[in-house]
Design a protein around this ligand. Sequence first.
Ligand code: NDP
Length: 332
Amino acid sequence: MLASRPHGEPTQDNFRTEQVELAQPQSGEALLQTLYLSLDPYMRGRMSDAPSYAPPVQVGDTMVGATVSRVLQSQDPSLAEGDVVLGYGGWQTHSLEKAAHLRRLDTDAPVPVSTALGVLGMPGFTAYAGLLEIGRPQPGETVAVAAATGPVGSAVGQIAKVKGARAVGIAGGPEKVAYLRELGFDAAVDHRSPTFREDLAAACPDGIDVYFENVGGAVWDAVFPLLNTFARVPVCGLVAGYNATSLPEGPDRTPALMGTVLRKSLTLRGFIQTEFVERLTEPFVRDMTGWVADGSVGYREDVVDGLDNAVEAFRGLLRGDNFGKLVIKVAE
Ligand code: NDP
């Protein structure tokens, strides 16, 4: 449960555990046991009551989150005991959900069911929709993305490659950089290196045509001068600032930003993935399933055992401790 709203980085004190009697499912509902809980950067926004595109979790309520769960009891003909489903059960061991809100997962598929929370789920969809609808990479263009080993960034770079573009990944630390090369990124740069700015410039000799913005902060500062005329910037996330409690020090750089947007005819376009769900879910499922199956898109999961470790794992997600899609394994 959210016990209080974090100021800056969340702490254990902002959460508490409660035990309750399991309720019985009513008609149209199912009682579920959580197998995997997805931890995602957007959850920091739900912990706060600052204005957002979605209402915050109320203090005293269960933290929200996407889950892969097993059906324990069903009061709906569409689901049977033992089915494994994608739902939105939140940070809890069991949940009661409406069957109409659940999607049954294929447990015989060649990929683990937890991928419904990552490459084949919301983060993969975010990459697909944001890159193809807003970034529109053309063959030979340079696409740069940060948080590039995470589920959104790794899919962005690999889809860019499928579309014939050059992919430049930005990540924290040499291990992550090495993994990006394994995934087939054309270049990979460590944003924690003291030579990051020069390294990024060297990795983008023809400038940047599409910058898929996942982080903001110092990475944006390094990318900005490299943007080409007519560059597109899908603004997907600004994770570097999610725990910020004040604006960065001046001077105000808005005039320089707006001047460059004007002179270079840049397109900066924010989006929330839900905007595209109705129109693009079908092509996403078809394309991404195919790309994962034929090896064009690889993925990595960072599985942390035990719901009790969710708060610490979430803190690590905003610092870059995770290496791949962060999921909590709640039960076998
Ligand atoms: P990740 O698993 O990639 O986790 C976040 C990563 O951000 C960290 O692992 C870290 O990687 C990186 N990071 C954190 N702080 C900094 C920093 N100061 N500078 C540079 N990198 C930093 O997350 P996701 O793939 O799930 O999400 C990526 C982004 O997409 C987030 O901003 C998220 O909010 C956004 N998003 C937006 C959606 C939308 O609809 N608009 C939907 C889904 C996600 P590293 O160690 O490499 O630095």
